[in-house]
Design a protein around this ligand. Structure first.
Ligand SMILES: Nc1nc2c(ncn2[C@@H]2O[C@H](COP(=O)(O)OP(=O)(O)OP(=O)(O)O)[C@@H](O)[C@H]2O)c(=O)[nH]1
Ligand SMILES: [Mg+2]
Ligand SMILES: [Zn+2]
Length: 389
């Protein structure tokens, strides 16, 4: 566990000091902790967690007179975030290390801050560069406000009494990335096993969050992808790109799709998200790790979201792999996310038909006749069950 004492060990080099410091923070906070929580009122979440030293916050009572600038959140840790300036500014810092102002009130009840959020920061920078000592103990800025999100890649979070206490009875979505345009759903042909149901859930999450889904089927060097299956996704209007991060096959086509957009990678652990980043972003050598040989599962190598600049414009956000993905929806909304089911549902005898057991169900008839792929119907049933169960 990291405690205040840890600060004494942080080396501050004059040259590139900000970057170095940020790396230290990341390394420390990434060591075994969930780093991405500040609560809805900007209070530090946990006594256990790292505390920004009090003098970092001393200025937060008096932020009114400070210069302000907008930036994008590029990383989160307990009690703060790294923020990249949206416009060039006078200082030499590529990223600001920021605390959260006491007055910070996020505009909605979802995760207060996520990678990709646009925030306004009060800059503390003036003066602190002179003294190495002060530099070590101070943030570059304090986050004052956050803009409304245009999109959100979100997953439902486990419900618990503790959370209900703190946040009321509403299930809160955990926002993984904000303001992205494209969700790259990455699967592997094998190692780990191709999980169609997980892809269907990500399609729902994309629809729900306002992102355009693109399916990336990676590791094609291990086995050719199942063309029939890819055709089913294409029939739903989802772009499908087979790739191999090992041989580089298909990576050029993927780069073309990403250019100029804000893209976020998601998928199971071990499918090769970070390996793709290393291909797509020149000079990047982010950590990847082999899947476990005993069960072909990933090792959860990437531990928090990270932002990369694409060579032809746009950004790419790498995220930690998921194990399971719940779907935070009402059962009644579900057909809407399965357009091929919705299309025939109006012909069901009952207008509240769930297409599970009701008589004269047009959806089940269409599945039997082959008009709706059986695996899509199976996914529908599984998701329905998980919502109701
Ligand atoms: N054969 C083959 N192996 C690949 C390919 N892409 C990635 N790998 C390997 O798969 C393993 C997992 O890759 P990662 O990039 O760490 O996977 P990830 O999706 O980032 O996993 P998490 O960070 O845990 O979510 C590594 O050993 C990679 O070298 C590919 O196209 N073909
Ligand atoms: Mg990774
Ligand atoms: Zn029906």
């Amino acid at each position: 566990m990291l405690v205040g004492r840890g600060w004494d060990n942080i080396a501050v080099a004059r040259k590139g000091k900000s970057r170095r410091r940020i790396k230290d923070w990341h390394a420390r906070w990434q060591a075994g902790q969930e780093l991405d929580e500040v609560d809805a009122h900007g209070r530090r979440m946990s006594e256990r967690g790292v505390k920004l030293r009090q003098d970092r916050f001393a200025a937060s009572d008096d932020l009114d007179g400070l210069p302000r600038a907008d930036g994008m959140v590029t990383g989160l840790f307990r009690g703060g975030a790294t923020v990249r300036p949206l416009a060039p500014h006078g200082g030499d810092d590529a990223e600001w290390l920021c605390g959260i102002a006491k007055t910070f009130r996020p505009p909605s009840d979802a995760t207060p801050l996520a990678v990709g959020d646009i925030v306004t920061v009060a800059l503390l920078a003036a003066g602190h560069a002179d003294a190495a000592d002060a530099d070590r103990d101070r943030a570059d800025g304090m986050i004052l406000t956050r803009e409304e999100r245009t999109t959100a890649l979100a997953r439902p979070r486990p419900w618990s009494a503790k959370r209900r206490d703190r946040y009321g009875t509403e299930p809160r979505a955990k926002v993984i990335a904000a303001n992205m345009d494209v969700l790259l759903i990455v699967a592997a042909v094998k190692r780990p096993t191709f999980r169609r149901a997980l892809i269907d859930r990500f399609l729902i999450v994309a629809e729900h969050g306002g992102l355009k889904p693109v399916l990336v089927v990676n590791k094609t060097d291990l086995k050719p992808p199942d063309e029939t299956l890819l055709g089913e996704f294409r029939a739903l209007g989802v772009a499908v790109l087979p790739t191999s991060a090992r041989t580089g096959d298909g990576v050029g086509a993927l780069a073309g799709v990403l250019a100029g957009h804000k893209n976020v990678l998601a998928g199971a652990s071990g499918v090769g998200k970070t390996a793709l980043v290393n291909h797509l972003v020149p000079g990047t050598t982010a950590r990847t790790r082999s899947v476990r040989s005993k069960d072909d599962r990933g090792r959860h190598t990437t531990s928090s979201a990270a932002v990369y600049d694409l060579p032809d414009g746009g950004i790419l956000v790498d995220t930690p792999g998921v194990r399971e993905l719940g779907v935070n929806l009402d059962a009644a909304d579900l057909p809407w996310y399965f357009p091929e089911i919705e299309r025939v549902a109006s012909s069901c005898k009952f207008n509240n038909c769930t297409h599970t057991h009701e008589p004269d169900c047009a959806v089940r008839a269409a599945v039997e006749a082959g008009g709706i792929p059986a695996r899509r119907y199976d996914s529908y049933l599984r998701i329905l069950e998980s919502i109701e169960g």
